[in-house]
Write a protein that binds this ligand. Structure first.
Ligand code: G3H
Ligand code: 13P
Ligand code: NA
Ligand code: ZN
Length: 311
């Protein structure tokens, strides 16, 4: 069924596991994610960025949002696993309202680059509108940045736990993304992967709410190798290792945002297939291996995070 993201995450919070939130831009990634969810009997959170809404709607975000809702609902309504659709990194009022209007299960208001009081004010406004429509809300505190890049300024870059407590009480958000040292994309750490576990632990103790880890991709080595064997150059790429990810779940992370790992798996499969099948031009065939690899990464992640058999 199609459900509120809040229901998925409150259960995860109670039972100490995390649910992956997978970014999509098109049908094929959605199909692969759904297959992984069915195989693992796991709840699923599908998310789209503002850019994805614009892309799918050919410039019209409301049209893009409506397409995503229709696709996700069509699968969700006919399946036994709970599936939610979330707007990732909502920054513009127009996009957030479009997602709510179209029928998303939840939205993120990302005003984390603004001063605290302004972040609170903006977040409160969105919470009021979203909650009136039965839509849950995620917000972010701190900036996504590697710890090592910001040794001197980590106090101002990473989440402040006392601020987090104040923020959630003021805004009434449903889940919170605390910055603890991750970053988006395939190049997260220059040296050793390191996150601020103490900070995460404090935020959990003070808020007790479902917490979200952004920039959580692991950069799956197997996929990097396949892609590079078929011509890609992902030199220097590095993600959050599985054991570190598991530790964040133990310390209270319940939603694990994952985009990069799926993109890399897809491109690995696409490159492999195209090179091995130079005469093929049927998209249903040349995206086949790509989808199989995305599904594999999805299944492995659901298992790792503990949401398998929680549907
Ligand atoms: O957090 C960002 C997501 O990975 C997707 O971003 O669709 O704007 O490239 P994008
Ligand atoms: P990755 O780039 O690590 O997949 O992070 C995705 C994310 O945080 C989306 O909001
Ligand atoms: Na998000
Ligand atoms: Zn993110």
């Amino acid at each position: 069924p199609y459900v509120n993201t809040k229901d998925i995450l409150e259960k995860a919070n109670k039972e100490y596991y995390a649910v992956a939130a997978f970014n999509i831009n098109n049908l094929e990634f959605l199909q692969a994610i759904v297959e992984g969810g069915i195989e693992k009997k796991s709840p699923l959170i599908i998310e789209t960025s503002e850019g994805a809404m614009k892309y799918a709607g050919m410039g019209d975000p409301l049209r893009g949002a409506s397409l995503f809702v229709k696709m996700v609902r069509e699968f969700a309504d006919s399946l036994d696993i709970p599936i939610a659709l979330h707007l990732d990194h909502g920054k513009n009022f127009k996009y957030i309202i479009s997602a709510i209007k179209a029928g998303y299960s939840s939205v993120m208001i990302d005003a984390s680059d603004k001063p605290l009081e302004e972040n609170i004010k903006t977040t409160k406004d969105i919470v009021r509108i979203a909650h009136a429509a039965g839509v849950s809300v995620e917000a972010e505190l701190g900036k996504l940045a590697g710890i090592e890049d910001n040794v001197a300024s980590s106090e101002s870059v990473l989440v402040n736990p006392d601020e987090a407590k104040y923020f959630v009480e003021e805004t009434q958000v449903d889940f919170l993304a605390p910055a603890i040292g991750t970053s988006h994309g395939a190049f997260k750490f220059k040296g050793e992967a390191k996150l601020d576990f103490d900070r995460l632990k404090k935020v959990k103790e003070l808020t007790k709410m479902p917490l979200v880890l952004h920039g959580a991709s692991s950069v799956v080595q197997e996929m990097v190798e396949i892609a590079e064997n078929y011509g890609a150059d992902f030199g220097g790429s590095k993600g959050v290792p599985s054991d570190i990810l598991k530790e964040t779940v133990r310390l209270g992370i319940n939603k694990v945002n994952t985009d990069t790992d799926l993109r890399m798996a897809f491109v690995a499969g696409l490159r492999e297939f195209l090179q091995n099948n130079p005469k093929e031009f049927d998209p249903r065939k040349y995206m086949g291996t790509a989808k199989t690899y995305v599904k594999k990464v999805v299944s492995d992640r659901l298992e790792l995070l503990g949401s398998a058999n929680k549907a």
